[in-house]
Design a protein around this ligand. Structure first.
Ligand SMILES: [Zn+2]
Length: 394
């Protein structure tokens, strides 16, 4: 093994990996395979976050969780500690939970109803504090800021966010028809999000810990390629990859309603990471990136998660060999890289117009193509690439 391999024990695997081995490599044991994770060596910046002022009317508002229809009926039967997030604190919630022993802690604000378990079988250092900090962040910072970047108003109804102890409930709730998508978290068209408890309230996430995650992406399984890395979040950025992804689905749905799965997933994946960077400036960083390919593990220098190569790799399962879908991903990614976030209102207003015309039906590929071409300012090169070269209907 030459000196270009910085990390040691790879020679025990030769040839191709099984799916299980890839999972283990990228997800369960990155410390071992992606090099030692030295939190102390990683400089963790502080996020520049500004919370919006909240008026007295919002603070004084009291919601009855037992009867509110934004909370699905099956969850309303549980014993809830139901609190206005702007009229309480993590300390007060902990004291109340100790006294009242509820099954769930339900927090509401201006935009969100946030339903967390009061106790967990998992080893979570501070579940209630995590619930309070991330709930307030979503309600006050993340959702309003994301809607503002996209250029539209948030709906008046609440977004319902539910945390599940285990993946079974998420899988059941998500009711996924397309089994290529893993039910780690989901959004449905009833404006509900389900999120996994574990990695949302992991103690690494909060200020007393180090906000470093182990992450990875598995690509086209026939090629046995994967990336593994450490993700460094700035301190004070109380969101996760899963939460940002599902919130982006919600805003996507609010803006243009039903769309084909490949399009929804591609859009959300192209946008949600950039959103997290914009909200939690200076954004998150990929460290210790390695590419695992054909039984070899190599460090990747100058990794760019917004590059066309990585995006096509990450989204392969959605474009597969469809030239038109691939053209969408490349075009939207290019326009985002060239114009930055100001591109998004152009795209979202074009999509909203097409969806208004489709009257509750799933938006057609022809309309999606037209919206992307319009969002480019009717750039003839974009039209040529999508329509003539990539055979998108127009
Ligand atoms: Zn998704």
């Amino acid at each position: 093994m030459g000196s270009m391999f910085l990390f040691s024990p790879f020679s025990i695997f030769d040839g191709k990996y099984s799916d299980e081995k890839l999972d283990e490599l990228i997800r369960y044991n990155p410390d071992k395979y992606a090099g030692p994770r030295k939190d102390a060596d990683i400089a963790i910046p502080q996020a520049k976050i500004s919370y919006n002022p909240v008026n007295q009317k919002i603070i004084d508002y009291r919601l009855n969780c037992a009867t509110n229809v934004s909370i699905p009926a099956k969850y309303r039967k549980e014993k809830m500690l139901c609190q206005n997030i702007y009229a309480t604190s993590a300390e007060e919630l902990k004291a109340l939970a100790e006294k009242e022993k509820p099954a769930r802690i339900v927090l509401y604000g201006q935009n969100v109803i946030y339903n967390c378990p009061a106790f967990s079988q998992k080893n979570i250092t501070d579940l209630i504090e995590g619930c309070f900090l991330s709930g307030r962040f979503l309600d006050n910072v993340q959702l309003p800021k994301m809607a503002q970047i996209l250029g539209f108003q948030l709906p008046k109804e609440y977004l319902y966010v539910h945390f599940d102890e285990n993946g079974d409930e998420i899988t059941r709730f998500c009711n996924l028809k397309d089994k290529t998508e893993e039910a780690a978290a989901c959004f449905n068209n009833r404006k509900e999000i389900h999120l996994p408890l574990g990695n949302s309230f992991d103690d690494k996430f909060y200020p007393q810990g180090a906000p470093v995650y182990n992450g990875g992406t598995k690509g086209r399984s026939d090629e046995r390629v994967a990336y593994s890395f450490n993700l460094v979040f700035p301190r004070g950025c109380y969101t996760t990859i899963h939460a940002s992804h599902e919130v982006m689905h919600y805003l996507d749905y609010v803006n243009h309603g039903k769309a084909p799965a490949w399009f929804k997933e591609s859009m959300v994946t192209l946008i949600s990471n950039r959103m997290t960077d914009a909200i939690c400036s200076p954004g998150y960083e990929f460290k210790n990136v390695v590419k695992i390919e054909d039984g070899r593990v190599e460090p990747v220098k100058d990794f760019n998660h917004n590059s066309e190569e990585y995006r096509l790799f990450e989204l392969y399962k959605y474009w597969k060999d469809d030239a038109c879908h691939k053209a969408f991903i490349i075009t939207v990614n290019d326009l985002l890289n060239a114009q930055g976030m100001p591109y998004l209102p152009r795209l979202y207003s074009a999509l909203a117009q097409k969806s208004a015309a489709s009257q509750g039906q799933e938006i057609s590929t022809k309309d999606l193509t037209r919206a992307v071409v319009e969002s480019s300012g009717n750039n003839p090169e974009v039209k040529k690439f999508m329509v003539n070269q990539s055979k998108c209907p127009y």
